[in-house]
Write a protein that binds this ligand. Structure first.
Ligand code: XIL
Length: 366
């Protein structure tokens, strides 16, 4: 493995900032093309509301991305009751992706935060298993042939405040830890082609809690392997923060990714963005720190050829869950809007864009 010991110095960071909107754009190259030249997918999540009509947002998405992640297909959103499902909105998203020559990724079949309330009311374990299987079967059959990958399970590992390996959730409560094997088997039976993925956050830094989560994740994979549970890929959410730049350690990331790829699994960076609350207000400085972190993280990650896709969680700053302050932890103490993504609110490329482009360009070919 070639270890590029690449940490951006101040000088190269300035050069990065100065090149915004220049070279790549004028050469007519978009991230999807740079990624494709290395055998990678570049994608983003986009909300369905951004798809209505031909918006500048959707046009930019189509130019830059080869993978569209639809986060609006959660169980709670498509199944208001056990018998009533509505796929019409997601069908439109799927058709749009196809019309723009993009692959389609489903987020997610199971997530404790997005489970319909009626599921929690099911009394017996058998009925809960039947409902979970019916949901997965229905989703995977309906979208069969269209999916690049499915997040079969989102965020199953315990957070720092709990104990044990798996997060206590409606799934462990109703079914027990076997819900994971059941979910992956059911998904595979209904769609043999889509990559089946386990998506998780909180494994990116060289800090005790993330190192613990890495171990739990690897233990889970080992369990899946020993039982023959069909899993193809790990989604590393990759929500980063400039306040954790020092702990975003390239060697530790490379080591963790190698542990995954040595187990024969692919890796996707599934929700990449950078919280900038620890960075100064000055926009040039802030954008530079954010870009440096994108570059440092991606250089370490993309060195591993098992990484097949880079996905940002939105494209423009305004559109980000970080800027919206969905989690109060993300808000800047000075109240300024966050700048976590590759484009600003006017669809202009930021240093983060150039950092992603440079990292894709430097990646070894798959
Ligand atoms: C976020 C969405 O972007 C927000 O709009 C929503 O309010 C909360 O969820 N991990 C995930 C994503 O897997 O689904 C989350 O997305 C971000 C954290």
């Amino acid at each position: 493995m070639h270890r590029r010991d690449f940490i951006l110095g101040a000088a190269s960071a300035c050069a990065l900032a100065a090149s915004v909107g220049s070279s790549l754009a004028s050469r007519g190259e978009y991230l999807r093309q740079i990624a494709a030249s290395k055998g990678l997918l570049f994608g983003s999540a986009m909300r369905l509301s951004s798809l209505r009509g031909k918006t500048p947002y959707s046009e930019m998405m189509a130019s830059e991305c080869s993978l569209y992640v639809c986060g609006d297909m959660q169980w709670r959103l498509v199944a208001l009751s056990p018998s009533a499902t509505d796929f019409s909105k997601v069908d439109a998203a799927k058709a749009w992706a196809r019309a723009h020559d993009m692959r389609f990724r489903g987020h997610s079949l199971l997530w404790h935060q997005q489970t319909p309330s009626w599921f929690a009311e099911i009394a017996s374990r058998e009925s809960a298993i039947a409902a979970l299987q019916a949901h997965i079967r229905q989703m995977c059959s309906h979208f069969k042939g269209s999916m690049q990958s499915w997040d079969v399970i989102n965020e199953p590992i315990q957070t720092s405040c709990g104990s044990g390996m798996l997060r206590k959730s409606v799934f462990t409560e109703k079914i027990g830890p076997e819900f994971l094997d059941i979910a992956f088997h059911t998904a595979r039976e209904a769609d043999s082609k889509a990559l089946l993925t386990l998506n998780e956050y909180g494994t990116e830094y060289n800090i005790p809690d993330h190192l613990r989560k890495r171990r739990e994740l690897l233990n889970l994979i080992d369990g899946f392997k020993s039982r023959g549970t069909p899993i193809d890929a790990i989604g590393i959410q990759s929500h980063l923060s400039t306040g954790r730049a020092a702990e975003t350690d390239q060697e530790s990331i490379a080591g963790f990714f190698k542990e995954i790829s040595d187990r024969g699994l692919k890796i996707m960076l599934t929700e990449l963005d950078v919280v900038d609350r620890a960075s100064p207000a000055d926009i040039a400085t802030r954008d530079r720190e954010v870009a440096q972190l994108y570059k440092r993280y991606l250089d370490a990650a993309l060195e591993n050829r098992a990484v097949i896709a880079v996905v940002t969680w939105g494209l423009t700053d305004k559109d980000s869950w970080i800027t919206r302050g969905d989690d109060p932890k993300f808000r800047r103490p000075d109240g300024l809007p966050a700048r976590p993504l590759p484009f600003d609110d006017h669809f202009r490329r930021k240093p983060a864009y150039e950092a992603i482009a440079a990292a894709l360009q430097a990646a070894p070919s798959r």
